[in-house]
Design a binder for this molecule. Structure first.
Ligand code: FBP
Length: 262
């Protein structure tokens, strides 16, 4: 078996990816709950927390801030992404090549695939190029596997999420990031479909501490290898506190209430 290409963004086989591409994907509205997080420097500081195994950002943020953090933060460079300013069938333009990501010092590349969109065919072809180039440069490959668009009726149903996880394996991702399918049982099935590709759970909109950690814990119990989370960390008043608790839940498999009490 090949060495796991995503070891650089994992710890003990698990990953806690801090996602910070929201300025592009959703716009400044996502920074309103915690205005200091509009400053990427704040997120790079958070990414030095022991719990965080990689920070996912777009090219422009990496160019401006990563040189000061390359010794302390693992870079997961998002290669495609789109704004919320337009309407239409889901698509995500490629904003950065895998070669350019390697030049910036990325440990891994991230790529969104909207399976079921009318643009799936082009996106899969773009992913192929990114995946093969990442392999040449020894970078891990993380797929944001988000089925949506005309071909998808329910983007978080168990069947859809299992298919999303399987796309990660079939197309050669090391990690596949999927939305929580609503139950530990369904997450377990998605993990089974992904085989050797690690499944990580997407964070989603802000929830209270216990409810969020309980879902993370259920996902880990079901075989997920961690999570990729943005808003549920940086929109809180005290992001370090939830990172402490996530570290206990993800890496030590602590009970959520106990993790919050320490
Ligand atoms: P969150 O934990 O905040 O949900 O971030 C995960 C993420 O995949 C981000 O990387 C991305 O910006 C966002 O969700 C996209 O969410 P959506 O396309 O569902 O609005």
């Amino acid at each position: 078996m090949l060495p796991h290409a995503a070891d650089d963004i994992s710890r003990d086989g698990k990953s806690l990816i801090l996602a910070y591409d929201h300025g592009l994907e959703h716009g400044p509205v996502d920074f309103e709950p915690n205005p200091a997080t509009a400053d990427p420097e704040r997120l790079f500081e958070l990414a030095t927390h022991d719990a965080v195994t990689a920070l996912a950002v777009q090219k422009g943020v990496a160019e401006a801030y990563y040189p000061d953090y390359e010794d302390d933060v693992n870079l997961l460079l998002k290669l495609n992404g789109t704004s919320n300013l337009w309407m239409g069938e889901p698509d995500s333009p490629v904003n950065c090549s895998a070669e350019y990501a390697a030049g910036l010092g990325a440990d891994a590349v991230g790529f969104t695939l909207y399976g079921g969109s009318n643009h799936e065919v082009e996106m899969a072809e773009e992913f192929r190029k990114a995946q093969e180039t990442a392999r040449e440069h020894g970078m891990g490959v993380v797929m944001w596997s988000y089925p949506r668009g005309q071909g998808v009726k329910n983007d978080t149903s168990p069947d859809t999420i299992s298919y999303a996880a399987r796309l990660g394996l079939e197309l050669g991702a090391d990690l596949v990031k999927v939305k929580y399918p609503g139950s530990a049982e369904a997450m377990g099935e998605a993990v089974r479909m992904a085989g050797p590709t690690d499944v990580v759970m997407s964070g989603g909109t802000m929830r209270d501490d216990v409810a969020f950690l309980r879902t993370v814990s259920d996902a880990i119990d079901a075989g997920a290898r961690g999570l990729a989370v943005g808003r549920n960390v940086f929109q809180r008043d005290h992001p370090e506190r939830i990172l402490d608790a996530l570290e206990a839940v993800v890496f030590e498999e602590a009970d959520p209430e106990a993790a919050l009490a320490t």
